[in-house]
Design a protein around this ligand. Structure first.
Ligand SMILES: *[C@@H]1O[C@H](CO)[C@@H](O)[C@H](O)[C@H]1NC(C)=O
Length: 260
């Protein structure tokens, strides 16, 4: 099937002065997030470090420990990605672990978003900075990156260990940022993956013993094995159109992980 097309292409290029110029580079995947996605120090690691095992695209992991949608914005980290992306690159963004708290307080940590999901504005009790909502920061990043031709995927934050003390808490209501991220995706017309729910499903299936083994330091940060599992849950959600079809779906390696 490819040969006649190639022959036509060659014919076309000899008969006209403009040769076909195939796309030279495949898309690149950029990751923006916190320690649960970032490359971190042993004994834990972030899931972003394992994504390239399951997709056929290069991954540039820009996630960094301790960041929130607010601090990632203020430190110019979204702008840096914006300046690097090219048409059709894919940017996966996941925040939520560091976004709660009270920016109005005198001990504002520089990470907490203003409560609410819209145009609410707070004033930092520490620096006087105008602080916006989680949705404001996320939607702003999604719009700007989309405007550069990137295909944006918003992911909900990962779950903490839902098997603490051997008791299953995975049916409890998710943190509010899960729904906020979904709404941010809707508001900006970009893709959404409920990574939180996808990992919950995998953890239910794996059970208490295995999952507790994924949390060597605390209830938030996974071991390398746990991070790999969390990456697989993300890829499976993409493969199954868990919350609609996202751009990454065209680039999955076979066999697709099956962890839930
Ligand atoms: C994503 O899709 C799954 C499967 O249908 C669903 O259980 C989950 O609630 C969805 N997430 C959100 C935030 O809507």
């Amino acid at each position: 099937m490819h040969l006649p097309i190639l022959a036509l292409a060659l014919a076309a290029s000899t008969s006209s002065a403009t040769p076909l110029t195939p796309r030279q580079n495949s898309p690149t995947v950029y990751l923006a997030g916190d320690s649960t996605m970032a490359r971190t120090n042993s004994p834990h690691n972030g899931w972003g470090e394992y994504l390239s095992k399951y997709i056929s695209l290069p991954v540039i992991n820009k996630a960094i420990s301790g960041r929130s949608a607010r601090s990632f914005t203020n430190e110019g980290r979204f702008t840096e990605i914006e300046n690097q992306v090219r048409q059709n690159d894919i940017v996966i963004i996941a925040f939520g672990h560091n976004d709660g708290g009270s920016p109005n307080s005198a001990s504002d940590n520089g990470r907490s978003a203003c409560p609410g999901t819209g145009s609410e504005v707070c004033t930092s009790g520490k620096t006087g900075e105008r602080v916006y909502t989680y949705n404001y920061y996320l939607e702003n990043a999604a719009r700007r990156l989309s405007g550069r031709g990137a295909r944006v995927v918003l992911a909900s934050q990962t779950t903490k260990n839902p098997w603490q003390n051997g008791q299953w808490s995975g049916n409890a209501a998710p943190p509010r940022f899960v729904e906020y991220a979904r709404n941010a995706a809707r508001n900006t017309g970009v893709g959404f993956v409920d990574h939180y729910q996808s990992v919950i499903k995998a953890y239910w299936r794996l059970g208490s013993g295995v999952v507790n083994g994924f949390y060597p330091v605390d209830y938030t940060h996974t071991s390398p094995q746990g991070a790999d599992l969390v990456a697989q849950a993300f890829v499976q959600a993409v493969a199954r159109d868990f919350n609609g079809t996202v751009a990454l779906k065209g680039y999955l390696r076979n066999p697709v992980p099956n962890v839930w």
